[in-house]
Ligand binder design. Sequence first.
Ligand SMILES: [Zn+2]
Length: 92
Amino acid sequence: MSTNPTRTHKCVHPYPELLRLRDERKADGTFVRVLDCAICGRYEIPLDIDQLEQVARLQLQFLGESIGIREEKVAEIRDLRRAELRSRTTSE
Ligand SMILES: [Zn+2]
């Protein structure tokens, strides 16, 4: 069982349960978007690099594999967003 299954489609869970972590270039040259879902766990969807703008592609290749977000940071961001959503609904 893989910890990083590649899916064809995003799951149906809404933000902030679903967070987009980063776009990443794999060792074989393909690109994936790494997502973290509170319900589904972390997974990747393949990106069609030919459909990306040239600038975005260059940026992606430059940033490539160097960007990573730690697990604790993901949990922290998710908690912040949840708190924001909560305060927004209770203040109205
Ligand atoms: Zn999900």
